[in-house]
Design a protein around this ligand. Structure first.
Ligand code: NAP
Length: 240
């Protein structure tokens, strides 16, 4: 029986983990909640780069690596592809498709934090939904701006920023209420794809708000790529 190493940290990965077997391993970086109700083993923490992962694969007799990490977690995906090459153990990846702009959308794609702050200069009430990175820049908030930062981490509010610790999925009704209450004039996001955090885009469209999107990183080619969890699970069951 092929022993699977599943690299996770996303809702999609958790759905795959629920279908694994006791000999399989679900791996997490250790930043969020560690599930304790899975049929497979769970390991937490980095491997020590691609070489560390390759050693782990060999030592544990792993026969298939599945990369179901977040599309912006580029380092772990690169490590998985590299470790798969050096061990000759196949790597499959769940590559969630990016969101696509629709009629009425005003999307502005930026490459990094510096381009992001330039793009935000004309606005006063940005909603940040791209993780913890804004927390490192709370001292740099321009005088004319007040930030609303929604991320997984708890952090005290400041006089210049409100920080909301929240985990998706977010409903359309909830997003509509939040936007109406807070009066955002721009939304900042990764292009994560998937439905769990997509409602904010619909609300931005309805309210004619621009969305500043951080460009997706390039991810390595692997042996098989899937866009949907169901297709990956089907291939996994067929390959038993
Ligand atoms: P990253 O920059 O690609 O990875 C940084 C390092 O964290 C990796 O080199 C690896 O350490 C360790 N790591 C990451 N994922 C791991 C996993 N599943 N199992 C074991 N070690 C892991 O990743 P990141 O952007 O910081 O994201 C960290 C985790 O959060 C990922 O699992 C990702 O799926 C999840 N996540 C990320 C985002 C995002 O926007 N980036 C959003 C939602 C969830 P070693 O080199 O020591 O092995």
């Amino acid at each position: 029986m092929t022993r699977v190493l599943l690299l996770g940290g996303t809702g999609d990965a958790l759905r795959i983990a629920r279908e694994l077997r006791p000999g399989d391993v679900y791996s997490l970086a250790g930043l969020g909640k560690v599930p304790d109700d899975l049929p497979c083993a769970v390991r937490v923490g980095g491997f020590g780069g691609s070489e560390g992962m390759a050693r782990y694969i060999e030592h544990e007799g792993i026969g298939l690596v599945i990369d179901a990490t977040h599309p912006y977690a580029a380092q772990i995906s690169a490590n998985a592809a590299q470790a798969s090459c050096s061990t000759r153990v196949p790597c499959w990846a769940l590559r969630r498709p990016a969101w696509q702009p629709q009629a009425g959308d005003d999307w502005r794609v930026v490459n990094d934090w510096s381009e992001l702050t330039d793009a935000l200069a004309p606005f006063r009430r940005p909603l940040f939904t791209l993780g913890r990175e804004p927390l490192a820049h709370l001292d740099e908030i321009p005088a004319h701006q007040f930030w609303f930062v929604r991320c997984l981490d708890s952090h005290p509010d400041t006089t210049r920023a409100r920080i909301l610790a929240a985990r998706g999925p977010f409903t359309l009704e909830g997003e509509r209420a939040l936007f109406a209450l807070q009066g955002f004039d721009v939304v900042v996001s990764k292009n994560s794809g998937g439905s769990a955090t997509e409602a904010k885009l619909e609300v931005a469209r309805d309210r004619h708000l621009p969305v500043v999107l951080l460009r997706r990183p390039q991810l390595p080619a692997v042996d098989r790529e899937f866009e949907r969890v169901a297709d990956l699970l089907q291939a996994l069951h067929l390959s038993d």
